[in-house]
Ligand binder design. Sequence first.
Ligand code: URA
Length: 433
Amino acid sequence: MRMFDIIRKKRDGVELSTEEIKFFVENFVAGEIPDYQVSALLMAIYFKGMNERETADLTFAIRDSGVKIDFSDINGIRVDKHSTGGVGDKTSLVVAPLVATFGVKVAKMSGRGLGHTGGTVDKLESIPGFKVSLSKDEFVRIVNDIGVAIVGQNAELAPADKLLYALRDVTATVDSLPLIVSSIMGKKLAADDDCIVLDVKTGSGAFAKTLDDSLALANAMVNIGKRAGKKMLALITDMDVPLGYAIGNSLEVIEAIETLKGNGPDDLTKVCLELASNMLLLAGKGKRTACRHACEKALQDGSAFETFVKMVKAQGGDTSVILDTDKFAKAKFSREIKAWTSGYISGIDTEGYGRASLLLGAGRNKKEDSIDYTAGIMLKKKTGDFVKEGDVVAIMYTSDEKRFEDAEKVFKISTLMMDTPPEKRPLIFARVE
Ligand code: URA
């Protein structure tokens, strides 16, 4: 088999066989195929696409490229939730302990921030002492004791994805449906969960900007997960506006804590309740409405927050900052962004807000960049709100004052103002089973 022939076939729109897909992934990971040939194939896939069978084969080849995690030592049903990535998306911090409160096991392996989107592992690292790297025995023990632990992805899990993503990132081939599906599901399926609920984001801050693209992404991922024997479900949720008001690592942890105590913003609370109740449904914990009521109660009566505190303690984190969030380290500098005119905020380029937060130091441009955990943006107004000229729209935080200028520029051009209110968008667009 020759890589040249595989590239030519895909370039000409011909379906690749299971053996050809396995050949390219296995030999790329083994260092036998040069980056330029894989880049050419990625571009051919970008233009010609892949059918469901090819996408499933690529997913399974990525899954099989490294170690498979064996969680058979964990007692009980294991449920996971995965978001396709967004701005201000701190749902994992709420949903994982919330679901674990009901005896379902959440052995979560999360990622770091990717471009304008944040990552759960970075957020958790803003808690002093929190360890996102645990031995397998420690991880299993904590999940068995408390019901939940969240760690960074094992470096040996699906290595093909890391290599492919690095090439996609520099060859403008990230936003391809089969490549996104196989990247996300290749990693998810290498972990040993029974049920997976996907949160597929749609809108200006999501990888999939339109509802049609998000539905296609959700359907493809649900079908592949089912082929692999998992119980699957996806929700399509709005990412045309940041979720909640906080963007940036410690700011988001604080907002997640408020949500776990039942005092969170409406949109964030609703999405968390919907995700958590669907996770419990898949885990066989009862009807969806009953699961939802139970989740609402767990946010109100403090039991979900209690699980979160136990998890932070078990993973070495300083629980005093969780119990009193005023103790979180503060950014050295803050700047109020005031409305430059009066009117309604009629739309937000949410990716732009993500980029503004990154410019403040909350994310990474390159993998090696370090993060300012205190940096970010606290929104005071969002899409649909009326503002008068001079009203505070947001407060920016950073440890490096020089960063404000560019971040403010990006923030302002990402905020659209009009005289009339925008049409209301749903928060949850669809549920894909
Ligand atoms: N998240 C991933 O893990 N991979 C993608 O390709 C896109 C989002």
